[in-house]
Design a protein around this ligand. Structure first.
Ligand SMILES: [Zn+2]
Length: 70
């Protein structure tokens, strides 16, 4: 028997309890025109909501860990 659960689409059915209530993960882009942050869906139109610019820089996902020494 195959232990891998597959749905009808042939995709692996991942049980995402926490992800279920959340929206799709959005990627934050920096507008090339006004420099403001834009959180865009992957399948949404790439366009600045502030100035309408269409060139974006992908924001680095580097997490800034700023732990204050106590
Ligand atoms: Zn802009």
């Amino acid at each position: 028997m195959d232990n891998t659960k597959m749905n009808d689409n042939g995709l692996i059915d991942i049980n995402e309890e926490d992800m279920d209530s959340r929206e799709k993960p959005k990627v934050t882009y920096i507008c090339g025109g006004c420099g403001k942050d834009n959180k865009l869906d992957k399948d949404s139109v790439i366009r600045c909501t502030h100035c309408g610019h269409r060139i974006f820089y992908k924001k680095r996902e580097r997490k800034l860990l700023q732990y204050e020494a106590r």
